[in-house]
Design a protein around this ligand. Structure first.
Ligand code: SF4
Length: 232
């Protein structure tokens, strides 16, 4: 299911320039566990590096580990899988200048491309064909000041705003944020329970009892495989 980067035969890595190469943590084929594309067989391209430190981060291994690959190498690796969906994730993908060209190339190849981003980087340069899944960091994430408000202008049918809920305080904060910015009217609003902090049933019942318009999102892959399994 998983292709480790070291098996991609990237002997040119050291010669690659910043704008035509990316530091990649892993590329793997699995079931999409999040967003409105949940359930689709998907190739994941996980970039290396993140400038944030969310309390619940489950990809700390992506902070530093990775190898430099050309954009062409990444496109070829993705096209080696029998999938119509590709998810560019991290880490924080938008930290690397070459990511925009990679997403454009994947869209040009006819693939359905999604981007998972922390919300801290303006998505202005992201190809319009890409489904943007933009995090809005809640107070208990420890990174609530990270959100770049320019990302509110991309609220439309293709964009999804994701709130990871760690507590009752986070739930109320998220409701206020989404309502004040009319996100429920314009986009999918996803509430995901922080895996070790609140239960999925608690969050489901909060959504129902408060008449929230948010969409409950469970991380499907953590129910199919062990929560700590990498490459799924
Ligand atoms: S933005 Fe994502 S990768 Fe970065 S620390 Fe937060 S959860 Fe981890």
């Amino acid at each position: 299911m998983k292709v480790w980067i070291s098996r991609l035969g990237c002997s040119r890595a050291l010669a690659l320039r910043m704008d035509n190469a990316l530091k990649i943590n892993e590329i793997f084929f699995s079931i999409q566990g999040e967003s409105s594309w949940s359930g689709y067989p998907t190739v994941f391209v996980r970039t290396s590096g993140c400038h944030l430190r969310c309390t619940y981060c489950d990809t700390t291994y992506a902070y530093h580990q990775g190898e430099r690959l050309s954009i062409e190498d990444v496109v070829q690796a993705v096209r080696g899988y029998p999938a119509q969906y590709v998810c560019v994730t991290g880490g924080e993908p938008l930290l690397q200048p070459g990511i925009y060209e990679l997403m454009r190339r994947l869209c040009d190849a006819g693939l359905n491309v999604s981007l998972e981003t922390s919300g801290d980087k303006d998505c202005a340069k992201v190809d319009a064909r890409v489904k943007k899944i933009i995090d809005v960091k809640t107070p208990d994430s420890g990174e609530a000041k990270a959100f770049d408000e320019r990302n509110l202008q991309y609220a439309d049918h293709l964009t999804e705003y994701k709130f990871v809920i760690c507590s009752e305080r986070d739930f109320e904060w998220s409701e206020n944020f989404a309502r004040q910015n009319n996100l429920f009217e314009k986009s999918n609003v996803l509430y995901s329970p922080s895996f070790k902090s609140v239960g999925e049933r608690w969050l489901a019942e909060k959504i129902l009892s408060t008449h929230s318009a948010a969409r409950l999102q469970l991380q499907l892959h953590k129910y199919i495989w062990s929560p700590d399994t990498r490459g799924v």
